[in-house]
Design a protein around this ligand. Structure first.
Ligand SMILES: C[S@@+](CC[C@H](N)C(=O)[O-])C[C@H]1O[C@@H](n2cnc3c(N)ncnc32)[C@H](O)[C@@H]1O
Length: 245
């Protein structure tokens, strides 16, 4: 396990580097120097006796626990809906804007790992953070362009465009000619007012298969009395899909 990240699975999960000395949890301190000799599936205890199992982290574990978030992210739960609705090829060329914290771009790049994601971000500080996040996650198939997407894009024969930014409706015209026939455009909008503007633009460009989806996940407590949980995120955003004829 040397030089690696491992996930400690227990009452809470912790992503730790086996190269560090120790890790403080709410259940006590874990001596990380012991981890180097351990195999996945073996156990480690905090100084106060709480047990954790050592496992290999998944891509989502690393994405959610290792990277830095600046603007509001698109979570894997919403991002997965883009894969489900578009059925985009693993070899796809994807253009994304704005990169923000790079979460959606990284998610798509991981699953479309024989393809490429080009993500545009106009803000220099965010662009630097995205570069760093890409490095932390270790993805090789993302290109970050620190540019304003409203000034145009250079990619062509695009399979999927994803937009999570103010004025997304203004990007529809910019990407229209660059999309492959059958290619998808997906806009993530926190507010329904933006959805309306986006749909109007999709109709103006004669896109087909236009649909807006709200991804509602209701978590349940299944212990003692069983019912939907009464706290948690109730609304993230709307996803509006359309396909070029
Ligand atoms: C909500 S964040 C995107 C979050 C991202 N989807 C993620 O999952 O991490 C919106 C981003 O769009 C960027 N942005 C807004 N207008 C833009 C434009 N015209 N060109 C490029 N980036 C833009 C903002 O700077 C901001 O970082």
């Amino acid at each position: 396990l040397k030089g690696k990240l491992v996930l400690l699975l227990g009452k809470r999960n912790y992503l730790v580097s086996v190269d560090k000395k120790e890790f403080h949890t709410q259940y006590g301190v874990i001596d990380l120097t012991k981890l180097k000799k351990k195999k996945p599936g073996s156990k480690v205890k905090t100084h106060s006796g709480e047990e954790f199992v050592i496992v290999e982290p998944t891509f989502v574990d690393i994405l959610m626990k290792k990277t830095k978030r600046l603007p509001q992210i698109i979570t894997p739960i919403d991002a997965s809906l883009i894969l489900a609705h578009t059925g985009v090829s693993i070899k796809a060329l994807i253009v994304d804007a704005g990169a923000g914290s790079g979460f959606l771009a990284m998610f798509l790049a991981h699953y479309c790992n024989k393809g490429k994601v080009v993500t545009y971000e106009k803000n220099l500080k965010f662009a630097e953070a995205v570069k760093n996040n890409i490095k932390l996650v270790g993805l090789k198939n993302i290109v970050l362009k620190q540019k304003n997407v409203l000034n145009g894009i250079s990619e062509r024969n695009i399979d999927l465009v994803t937009l999570d930014m103010i004025d997304a409706e203004r990007v529809v015209e910019i990407v229209y000619k660059k999309l492959n026939p059958g290619g998808w455009i997906v806009v993530y909008s926190p507010y329904i007012e933006q959805v309306k503007k986006v749909v109007q633009e999709f109709e103006a460009f004669d896109f087909t298969n236009i649909k807006t989806v709200e991804n509602i996940n209701r978590y349940w407590q299944v212990s003692g009395y069983t019912r939907p949980k009464t706290s948690g995120v109730m609304h993230t955003g709307f996803l509006t899909f359309a396909r070029k004829k």
